[in-house]
Design a protein around this ligand. Structure first.
Ligand code: PLP
Ligand code: COI
Length: 340
């Protein structure tokens, strides 16, 4: 397979239009077969449910070229399942999980020339999404939906790659208790645009959101879960019903225990104890693990001992092991790697 002539290692996290995308339609109570298409544009009615009441949700996963030249995806079954749960919460018809995985394979296969080469530092990001497409004017779910997956080659989510980030504690709330924080609804990201623009203006890479009810517990950022490392090398991640169940975080907790022999604990994390951790990282499909060097809480700085120059040593081990599994350098747990 001849790859596209692209400066792969110069890619940031942006949209590059690729050759093929998948489209399926839900009409008269059923999903159709779905097809690959060249057309990257969508035409819909001015009153479409997604345009009026933001009835839309999405997923994110990646395809990789392994060291031995295979094209693989990482745990697409978990994205299929999460999107299923998201759709149910948004009163959308869930897209069947087996069809989701099949569509992922079709899109990667059809865009194989866009899967960045091994060692380039880039990957092919896949964006499954679904939205209400028929006219809706009273507040209610749409009747008709479209499910799509496009692919775009991406580099690091945060400029500077593995350089430690500085975050700020946000005065905004990301998700309410019993709200939609645990699903991947477009509305969660719409509401985060103002806080992220404000954070960027003030020189921060991302927001740390605290729990909306008490503002005492760590939740997540706009696009990634937190991982902390204690001074005695325990991996700790916040437990909350209002954060997204990150597939990367769940994988890293397994990697910490089963590959690195570390203790790994999912529990409530009080903001007060953050200053006592040795390392901090953000984990997600886009972020992989991005180290955090500093968190600023209304002028008060928390500086992690791992510093602002490089990843902390445990974060680095987690990063190397996870990416080793994804790129085929290390043996993967059963079912984690799906070959295209
Ligand atoms: N948290 C939020 C709010 C996200 O948008 C994402 C990205 O998908 C994550 C966490 C990380 O989840 P995952 O590891 O499944 O990509
Ligand atoms: C991902 O990591 O896939 C995400 O969806 C995060 C982000 C780009 C919002």
């Amino acid at each position: 397979m001849e790859k596209k002539d692209i400066d792969w290692s110069g890619l940031g996290f942006g949209y590059v239009q690729t050759d093929k995308r998948y489209v399926a339609n839900f009409k008269n109570g059923a999903w159709d077969e779905g097809v690959l298409t060249d057309d990257a544009n969508i035409v819909m009615n001015e009153c479409a449910g997604v345009l009026q009441y933001a009835q839309t949700c999405f997923e994110g996963l990646k395809a990789y070229t392994t060291e031995d030249g295979r094209t693989v995806c990482f745990r697409p079954d978990l994205n299929a399942e999460r999107m299923y749960n998201t759709a149910q919460r948004l009163e959308m018809p869930p897209f069947p999980k087996d069809k989701f995985i099949d569509a992922v394979k079709q899109v990667v296969k059809a865009n194989e020339a866009w899967v960045p080469p091994y060692g380039s530092g880039a990957t092919l990001y896949l964006r499954p999404y679904m939205f209400g497409i028929n006219p809706v004017i009273g507040v209610k779910p749409a009747d008709d939906y479209q499910f799509r997956i496009f692919a775009t080659p991406v580099g690091p989510y945060f400029k500077g790659g593995a350089k430690p980030l500085t975050l700020c504690v946000s005065d905004f709330d990301r998700a309410a208790p019993h709200g939609t924080g645990h699903i991947k609804a477009g509305l969660n990201y719409a509401m985060s645009l103002h806080p992220i623009v404000e954070a960027h203006k003030a020189g921060y890479a991302e927001n740390m959101y605290l729990d909306a009810a008490t503002r005492t517990k760590v939740e997540e950022t706009g696009g990634a879960n937190f991982l902390f490392i204690t001074k005695d090398n325990k991996v700790v991640t916040p437990k909350s019903n209002s954060i997204l169940p990150s597939i990367t975080r769940r994988s890293l907790m397994y990697v910490a225990k089963e590959y690195l022999g570390l203790e790994a604990e999912e529990r409530e994390v009080h903001f007060d104890e953050v200053k006592d951790f040795a390392e901090c990282g953000l984990c997600g499909t886009a972020a992989v693990i991005s180290p955090v060097g500093k968190i600023v809480d209304h002028g008060k700085e928390i500086c992690f001992p791992s510093g602002m120059d490089e990843m902390g040593p445990i974060t680095k081990k987690l990063y190397d092991t996870l990416t080793g599994i994804q790129m085929g350098r290390l043996e993967a747990p059963e079912g984690w790697i799906v070959e295209i």
